[in-house]
Design a protein around this ligand. Structure first.
Ligand code: PBG
Length: 333
């Protein structure tokens, strides 16, 4: 609880704001590179970086370039990188078979990173949208996203990623029962120490737009994701999702998007005491970058301020496209 300050002038709250040294001393939350997970987009080819227009400063990287990024992350003190594939259009099918191919883009990237930078944690995304002809996270049968059949496919996908050497699996699909099914399958396959960071409180958000451009799922998406992602109006439901995923064996949980859902972050941390992450998603990044690009905001300032808000809201870490930029800035002191 906030203390009741002594009456003025005994308390002058500006005393501790007077100099940079005093402000440093009393700073309550600190951003560190160690709090960051860096999401990167992977594409086929070699030596290539293909800019994503709606995400200035972010590009789809060929695997050799992803390995460079992984080295950079490790050098900057960023503990983890998270991979998202841009699948070639002819490998996007209704049956999504590419999703669990041992040699798909993600799995090749995992192996390449673990071979070159073994100390870096590699996180993946588990959902069918980068492989699905219709852009959905699950199988579509007669216009419906079917749950249980999708979970079976997601388990295959997660196992292939674990086999390739992923440290953290990130189911982002919002199907029911996926965490329990994945956890059981990992145990049975001997992958006892592969962690699950569940996208537990994932809202049906407009802020994913630029990401869907980046993985090439946006233009393909038929309809919306409201039958599986949470209504932005619902807080109780989000907390129920988190409770359920932890009970099924998630090691860590995520709230997504980030900034418009800081109340959910705080509630999750207070209620569950579990490792809690926020995803500062593509649209949040795009918003800040667009304003900074127009000279309307100071990019560095709003980057740091936005990331600090997650710490204040109780998050242990943040997935953010700003990861290398903010880590460089923190490193430069
Ligand atoms: C796929 C997935 C999405 C994001 C991460 N994994 C998009 C979606 O659910 O449509 C969004 C990330 C971002 O916007 O940065 N299931």
């Amino acid at each position: 609880m906030p203390r009741t300050p002594a009456p003025f002038p005994a308390a002058r709250l500006r005393r501790l704001r007077r100099t940079a040294a005093l402000r440093e001393l009393v700073q309550e939350h600190r951003l560190s590179a160690a709090d960051l997970i860096w999401p990167v987009f992977v594409r086929e080819g070699e030596g290539g970086a293909e800019p994503i227009p709606s995400m200035p400063g972010v590009a789809r990287l060929s695997i050799d370039r992803v390995v460079d990024a992984a080295r950079e992350a490790a050098d900057l003190g960023i503990p983890a990188i998270c991979l998202f594939p841009y699948t070639d259009p002819d490998r996007r099918t209704e049956d999504c078979a590419e999703a669990w191919s041992p040699d798909n883009l993600t799995n090749r990237a995992i192996r390449a990173i673990k071979a070159a930078v073994p100390e870096l944690a590699v996180m993946t995304d588990i959902a069918l949208d980068p492989y699905n002809a219709n852009g959905h996270d699950g199988f579509v049968v007669n216009g419906e996203i079917v749950n249980d059949e999708t979970v079976a496919a997601l388990v295959k996908m997660g196992l292939a990623q674990a086999e390739a050497g992923a440290d953290i699996l990130g189911p982002s699909d919002m199907m029911d029962g996926r965490i329990g099914a994945l956890r059981t399958a990992l145990e049975d396959a001997g992958h006892r120490d592969v962690a699950i960071l569940s996208y537990a409180a994932k809202f049906a958000s407009g802020f994913y737009g630029p990401f869907r451009d980046a993985v090439g799922a946006g233009a393909r998406l038929v309809g919306d994701k409201k039958t599986y992602q949470i209504d932005p109006a619902n807080r109780d439901e989000a907390l129920t999702c988190v409770a359920r995923d932890l009970a099924e064996g998630a090691d860590m949980v995520m709230v997504k998007p980030g900034m418009p859902y800081l109340d959910i972050c705080r509630a999750v941390k207070d209620r569950f005491d579990a490792p809690t992450f926020a995803y500062q998603v593509s649209g949040e990044y795009a918003m800040l970058m667009a304003a900074a690009g127009n000279g309307w905001l100071d990019g560095d300032k709003v980057m740091v301020e936005s990331l600090l808000s997650f710490k204040r809201a109780g998050c242990d870490g943040v997935l953010t496209y700003f990861a290398p930029r903010v880590a460089r800035m923190l490193g430069a002191g």
